[in-house]
Design a protein around this ligand. Sequence first.
Ligand SMILES: [Zn+2]
Length: 503
Amino acid sequence: MPDVVRKVIALSILIIGAGFLWVGTNSYNDAEAAKNEMQGTIASARERAAANDPRLKGGYSYERGGWVYVHLEGDAEAVGFQHGYLLAPEIEDAFPAVSTNMMHSTQRDWPFFRQVAREILWPKLDPEYQQELEGIAEGLHARTGSELDVWDIVALNSFEEVPDYYVPWLNKQEKAKNAANLKSPGNCIAFVATGSWTKDGQIVIAHNNWTNYMNGERWRIIFDIHPTHGYSILMDGFPGVIASDDDFGINSDGLMVTETTITQFEGWDPNGKPEFLRARKALQYAGSIDEYTRLMLDGNNGGYANDWLLGDRKTGEIAQLELGLKAYKLWRTKDGVFAGSNFARDPKVLKLDTPEFQPTDMGSSPNARRVRWEQLLNENKGKIDVDLAQQMLGDHVDSFEKKEQANERVLCGHLDNSARGVAQWAWGPYYPGGAVQGKATDSSMTKDMRLVARMGHPCGEDFHAKEFLAAHPDYAWQDLYLRDMKAGPWTTFRAGEKPVRVN
Ligand SMILES: [Zn+2]
């Protein structure tokens, strides 16, 4: 065969081949488009069918001031179904961020957390909350076709207690070599004041959530829950989680609740009840400081060990429940103030539950903030109200260096500015974490089930993820999930509030 003929044949084959390829690609695209269209049709049909589900009756949600307000009502299954359905986009968005963080810090895979959820946590849950958690998974699936099941949802609910309390305990039991450096977290600052400390003698309570920005930027739900049993609840919270979890909430019997986490807490009781269950149950069923204390102690597993700050608007009494595992202490008064910034102070709790904590290291974040709380609250004795509380939550005074700077030692924490980090919580230099949102309320607001809340740093500063990651490549593993955290306005929320329609 002459060369030229061979070349013509070869070229023809190439052209024909390319032609087939072109036709092939095109029909592939057509098929893909048809498939997408069909899936879209199925999804909207599913959503339409789900929207008629009787369990959704009464539930609704809307966005305001950077928050998602969600109203849930009915029996446990309905409350769960509404939660899963109405917050489906937020749950689908938060789940990968939280689970990535849990796996990264513990070096355990996701099936491990599902197994803990199923075998250790689930059997300890009251049927009411099992139904609510199943409802969340069902509502989520009905809206989006999500493949997350109830074990994923239970594992998500445990994100503050399994990685930092159960896993270190388990590593010790298993004498695991090269186990991850896990420390219990040091989340939050808060105070509760009453009597001669406040402007009009009533209770004022306020709280900043401290956590990593990846989770914190998603901690933007205002839950307005009207369950068939127990009291109504107004609280901030996290998508997919049944407790407030950071925690800040009020109930319709006048109980006001918040907490800060105990730094360097050690211990876990495998026979205890999950903290997320006890915290939710206590806010739903306690009408007094005594009842709250009893419900938190019932089956205490040591998970997410906190100093709980409580108020009862009916009596004007406030309390601090320092809830260790081996020891606990309850202080209460009708004229005083309790503040928290992640330090234990009862000698027994310090000795038995936080053996490593150094109460005299004044440069450490918990102690520096404790000093700042004492200064700020004493300076403002008799003047404290919700407006002043909002200002306090944005405070940037470093009591150790005696100057204003946004770092790990101030009430409105900005760890991303600090080369020191917080070793006690295993937060490294420039850790992207700190104060992620704030809330406050008082007795009369609680009487009409109202609170004020601000998303983002309570001082009003924004966090920019792109610039941060460019400057701190150590945190590149968060790249997929770390987002800008913009500060919203202080916004008032009330139970039963409908969205304001603008026509
Ligand atoms: Zn700030």
